[in-house]
Design a binder for this molecule. Structure first.
Ligand SMILES: NC(=O)c1ccc[n+]([C@@H]2O[C@H](COP(=O)([O-])OP(=O)(O)OC[C@H]3O[C@@H](n4cnc5c(N)ncnc54)[C@H](OP(=O)(O)O)[C@@H]3O)[C@@H](O)[C@H]2O)c1
Length: 278
């Protein structure tokens, strides 16, 4: 398996670029793909898929935000001779009942599980790196993060751990086939506690404030996010408040044979790199 090409989707994203680097270091040939990567791959343009799949033995799948396309993609992967699929899904993908949130992840999981290929599903918790590489970053730099999250804690996972797990599952033979791994950090903490740690390590006051889901959606729209995406993200917080994905698991240790990194490890690294400097 390690001699074939691994197609890495979402290759410019938080997990994809880290997965690609790990595979290259292991000597696995990588084809890095996304709309803006060397290999152009666009979920909304099926005409871009076959060239990306040609000669690939394995695929790291970062699914689109809409349900559906992964079914056709899996059929194309089978036809192209791919042998292994590793899907990045999300914690709680099967716990949201009738909520539209997570439909994209559930659809992608169904597609991968229904394939004749060797597949593995990774279901990570919220990424620690959302605080310095994604939507929480700008508010933290501005001095206040306001979210619809209160006392229910979240076992944030370090994306470096997600990438280590993905690289292992993509390259190790056999033992991960047909498995779904719920990947979490070692300890759950509230968003208020997370921001407190960031503020201390950054050496400047940064506040956390709880707001309503509607207020949060309005904030996102004001920041340029589409109405649909804003309501989608706000809905995620409503669901998280049910506490269904707040527990930690040992799955990362089962995959890697070591403990997951702590949120404090992540905060120290990001603060030292200047992530939250004003
Ligand atoms: N953030 C979290 O806390 C969290 C937790 C659990 C699971 N997840 C899952 O992680 C996934 C996102 O992965 P990530 O954080 O590694 O990526 P990311 O940092 O959100 O970046 C998105 C990647 O997808 C590519 N992309 C965007 N639109 C595309 C399209 N239409 N066609 C092809 N590629 C496209 C982007 O590159 P281009 O712009 O070049 O196309 C980029 O490489 C989501 O499915 C989410 O559900 C996230």
């Amino acid at each position: 398996m390690s001699n074939g090409i691994t197609l890495v989707l979402g290759a410019t994203g938080k997990t994809g670029r880290r997965v690609a680097a790990r595979l290259r270091l292991r000597g696995t040939p990588v084809r890095a793909a996304s709309r803006s990567s060397g290999t152009r791959f666009d979920w909304s343009d099926p005409g871009s898929w076959d060239a990306a799949l040609r000669g690939a033995a394995a695929v790291y799948v970062v699914a689109p935000r809409v349900p559906g396309p992964v079914h056709e993609f899996v059929a194309r992967a089978e036809a192209a001779g791919v042998r292994r699929l590793v899907l990045l899904s999300g914690r709680g993908a099967d716990t949201w009942g009738d909520s539209p949130f997570g439909l994209d992840m559930r659809s992608a999981e169904d597609a991968v599980r229904g394939s004749a290929l060797e597949w593995t599903v990774l279901r990570p918790s919220n990424f620690a790196q959302n605080f310095d590489e994604d939507v929480f970053h700008a508010p933290l730099v501005a001095g206040e993060l306001a979210l619809p999250a209160g006392a229910v804690p979240e076992p944030f996972i370090d994306v470096e751990d997600v990438a280590d797990a993905a690289a292992a599952v993509l390259t190790e033979t056999g033992r991960h086939a047909g498995r779904t791994y719920e990947l979490t950090g070692p300890r759950a903490l509230t968003f208020g506690e997370a921001v407190e740690l960031i503020s201390r390590a950054a050496g400047r006051p940064i506040a956390y404030r709880r707001i309503s889901p509607a207020e949060y959606a309005a904030t996102l729209v004001a920041a340029g996010v589409s109405e649909d995406d804003a309501h989608h993200v706000a809905e995620m917080f409503v669901l998280m408040e049910r506490g269904l994905i707040a527990a930690t698991t040992d799955d990362l240790t089962a995959v890697l044979g070591r403990a997951a990194g702590t949120f404090e490890d992540y905060v120290v690294r990001a603060a030292a790199a200047g992530a939250w400097r004003r």
